[in-house]
Design a protein around this ligand. Structure first.
Ligand SMILES: Nc1ncnc2c1ncn2[C@@H]1O[C@H](COP(=O)(O)OP(=O)(O)OP(=O)(O)O)[C@@H](O)[C@H]1O
Length: 242
């Protein structure tokens, strides 16, 4: 199967911290890939390199065979990469519609076309009833959906979800899971960072596990969780031996 995204030997250092060290993996077109690892493992740093906010010190990231690393976030968006953030970033005083139109304006200059696209993805994300509500008045799960809608309005092919389900109730998380599945069914490839394993593992096709900035293991979710190094990284030596 074709790799949509190729991460090749990516390293990034911030001062004395080696956030990413020689990271390589592929993301297959149409899959949901889980990027997992304990706090500080380097997951968000890697997202930042893929979405263009950060330029790796070395290595390369390719989308459809074309180098995208180092081209910046505007170019990454143009090429079809979108993301959500661990701490939701919305324009609080703007309505849901206006927020999503910001995403749509990356593809068109025409307000009518941006509005039509925004209305479509708002409906898809299940926020139609909140279309004229200022973002600040949304509930936490609605804010997460707004971020997804705004990302989709950029007509992304690859969506990076950073802890989209963290902090939600089990029912809210299930509704988020359904939205992620629906997005994938639209043909969008997804990489997601998530700490809530019981929600993440049934959802993803494959996992890449990071620890201390390096790839610890890659594979099917039910296999990586049995990996002793993964257990050690999360829970410590005592559990790995058990
Ligand atoms: N812009 C930055 N400046 C300085 N240090 C940074 C920067 N970004 C990341 N780091 C450092 O790089 C390391 C990896 O951080 P990163 O946020 O990528 O980990 P993470 O796996 O996403 O963690 P978490 O699960 O807690 O979000 C950490 O030590 C962090 O402090």
């Amino acid at each position: 199967m074709a790799a949509l995204l190729e991460v090749r030997n990516v390293s990034k250092r911030f001062g004395g911290v080696q956030a990413n060290s020689d990271i390589s993996f592929d993301v297959i077109q149409g899959e949901i890939l889980g990027l997992i690892g304990p706090n500080g493992a380097g997951k968000t740093s890697l997202f930042n390199s893929i979405s263009g906010e950060v330029t790796p010190d070395s290595g390369e990231i390719r989308l459809d065979g074309q180098r995208i690393s180092g081209l910046g976030p505007v170019e990454a968006t143009k090429r079809g990469i979108a993301r959500t953030f661990q701490v939701v970033r919305s324009f609080d005083s703007m309505t849901v519609l206006e927020n999503v139109m910001v995403g749509a304006f990356t593809r068109t200059r025409r307000a009518a076309a941006a509005m039509a696209e925004a209305e479509k993805v708002i409906d898809f994300a299940g926020l139609t009833g909140r279309i004229d509500t200022p973002a600040i008045s949304l509930t936490p799960p609605e804010k997460r959906k707004l971020e997804v809608a705004r990302a989709l309005a950029t007509k992304s092919r690859l969506l990076l979800l950073d802890e989209m389900l963290t902090g939600l109730t089990p029912a809210e998380a299930q509704s988020g899971v359904q939205l992620i599945r629906d997005v994938r069914d639209q043909g969008v490839t997804i990489i997601m960072v998530e700490h809530v394993m019981e929600v993440l593992l049934p959802l993803i096709d494959r996992a890449v596990v990071l620890n201390l900035g390096k790839v610890l293991t890659t594979g099917a979710p039910q296999e990586v969780v049995k990996n002793p190094e993964m257990i050690r990284a999360y829970l410590g030596d005592r559990y790995a031996a058990a």
